[in-house]
Write a protein that binds this ligand. Structure first.
Ligand SMILES: [Zn+2]
Length: 274
């Protein structure tokens, strides 16, 4: 099916690109391997290897484009992909978005239409051994560095205490409001992504400790000391390929989290996004 975005355009840098409204592709990884598409003999960059993806529709979000195109061009069940972030390559008015996600379990993937000659899981170390589609070859070092996932751990008491909304009168209510705002976050700026979709964790304590989970926010109750619970949680979440970010203004806690390998962000960073 030909869509409105399916045409060539010239970007501000003078290149010719496919996709009137930009284009997007899916970098899906599992256990150190990434899914590559071998492009068909009839396509641009015939028989080279790159990512599944294609032209954006007018007003279509990059994530939707990447998943739609991948579902058209391959047999991957895209509903299983856990999204971690988006990398944007900006060509002065035209962009290509690489949507990064992983799979909890590996799937066997076959070509889905004429645009695809082959589909293969390739260990990240071996990607450069393939004859790559030139734009993908150029993007690969940055894309490879984004084969990660991010977790945001919120020091609820500290973040709550840094806004003047009457939280001291009703700590449970204020923590619930904060949780509901965090639940609605739709992507945050966190390196290595331009837009990250982190796993969201809130540490709750004292009169706010019965604030429960939502679809996107997991709460961890501090039975005793909130700071100790945050440090324990960071320690449990830390693993290869995982970036843990802790939101707090507490200097001693920042030092303890940094010692576990976590990065720290101030409450203002989060509150400005809500
Ligand atoms: Zn360009």
């Amino acid at each position: 099916m030909l869509r409105e975005g399916d045409q060539f355009v010239q970007c501000g840098l003078g290149h010719r690109h496919w996709g009137k409204f930009g284009a997007a592709g899916l970098l899906v990884h599992h256990d150190g391997a990434v899914l590559l598409q071998q492009r068909s003999a009839m396509s641009l960059g015939p028989e080279t290897w790159g990512l599944f993806g294609g032209a954006r529709d007018r007003d279509e979000a990059a994530v939707a484009t990447a998943l739609r195109e991948t579902a058209e061009e391959s047999t991957l069940d895209v509903s299983a992909v856990r999204l971690h972030g988006v990398l944007r390559e900006d060509h002065d008015g035209w962009h290509y978005d690489t949507v990064v996600g992983d799979l909890p379990e590996r799937q066997d993937v076959a070509p889905g239409d004429w645009e695809t000659k082959d589909a293969r899981w390739v260990p990240a170390d071996e990607v450069e051994d393939f004859d790559l589609f030139p734009p993908f070859a150029a993007a690969w070092p940055r894309v490879r560095a984004a084969i990660r996932r991010t977790v945001l751990v919120v020091d609820t008491a500290n973040v709550m205490g840094s806004r003047n909304d009457g939280w001291w009168r009703d700590r449970h209510g204020a923590a619930t409001r904060l949780r509901d705002q965090i639940d609605k976050l739709d992507g945050v700026p966190l390196a290595p992504f331009d837009v990250a979709f982190p796993e969201l964790v809130m540490i709750v304590e004292g009169k706010a400790k019965d604030v429960g989970d939502t679809d996107h926010v997991r709460t961890v109750r501090a039975e005793h000391d909130g700071d100790d619970t945050i440090v324990e949680t960071v320690n449990q979440l830390t693993a290869p390929g995982v970036d843990v970010h802790v939101v707090t203004a507490d200097r001693e806690l920042k030092r303890r989290c940094a010692a576990q390998g976590a990065r720290t962000l101030g409450p203002r960073w989060l509150l400005d996004l809500l």
